[in-house]
Design a protein around this ligand. Structure first.
Ligand SMILES: Cc1cc2nc3c(=O)[nH]c(=O)nc-3n(C[C@H](O)[C@H](O)[C@H](O)COP(=O)(O)O)c2cc1C
Length: 189
């Protein structure tokens, strides 16, 4: 079912002391219908370097990428801040509290983590907005469109990493004792 979705693409940035990091996030959504609640749900891998900084501070900045920021999907999603400086050459801004802000996005929110659900390989975070950065309206980057525009070898590298991360995460997945799902095939009308 989820193969039919077409997620927006976000970058979560964090800072702990002088150390910065950022990673691609696609599992993010509003956390309340109340217009001024400023609440979001964000699902993060505890194995990412960016998560280490987020866990230390309880805060991060979520940016919605614009369609012309395709390169950042690769920059922030394919390698780790443990190995490379992902911010090299980017004229960074900052939030009022000093967290890194990427320029030219569709908007950003500095988040404060208020609760969490640990499923082993992922942590589901409930977050409240601390500061909202409003940017001029721009077309939004969606995952399927991004993959359609990237060179074939980059798509292959991203798919390889996804498969590798999935294998790695199997050992971390918490088992709640649920039996394997049944499969029901609906014939076309
Ligand atoms: C298309 C795509 C979607 C991703 N979605 C998420 C996500 O929702 N949550 C997450 O924690 N990581 C997600 N990732 C994985 C991280 O962005 C990736 O592992 C990154 O290299 C981690 O970098 P870091 O170690 O510097 O934090 C995604 C990666 C890609 C390419």
């Amino acid at each position: 079912m989820f193969q039919h979705t077409n997620h927006e693409v976000y970058v979560a940035t964090a800072r702990s002391g002088d150390v910065l990091s950022g990673n691609i996030v696609t599992w993010a959504l509003p956390g309340s219908l109340v217009p001024d609640a400023g609440r979001a749900v964000v699902v993060l891998s505890p194995l990412n370097f960016t998560h280490t900084l987020i866990r230390e501070t309880g805060r991060f900045v979520l940016h919605l990428l614009a369609a012309d920021q395709l390169d950042w999907l690769v920059r922030f999603g394919l390698s780790s801040g443990r190995d490379v400086d992902k911010f090299a050459g980017i004229p960074l801004g900052q939030t009022r509290s000093g967290l890194p802000v990427l320029p030219g996005t569709c908007g950003w929110v500095e988040m404060r983590i208020v609760d969490r659900l640990d499923s082993g390989d992922r942590i589901v975070y409930l977050c409240d907005a601390l500061e909202i950065g409003e940017e001029p309206a721009r077309p939004v980057l969606h995952l399927k469109d991004a993959f359609a525009r990237l060179p074939a070898e980059v798509v292959a590298a991203l798919q390889e990493k996804k498969a590798r991360d999935g294998d790695r995460d199997r050992a971390w997945l918490k088992d709640f004792g649920t039996p394997k799902p049944l499969r029901t095939i609906i014939d076309p009308p």
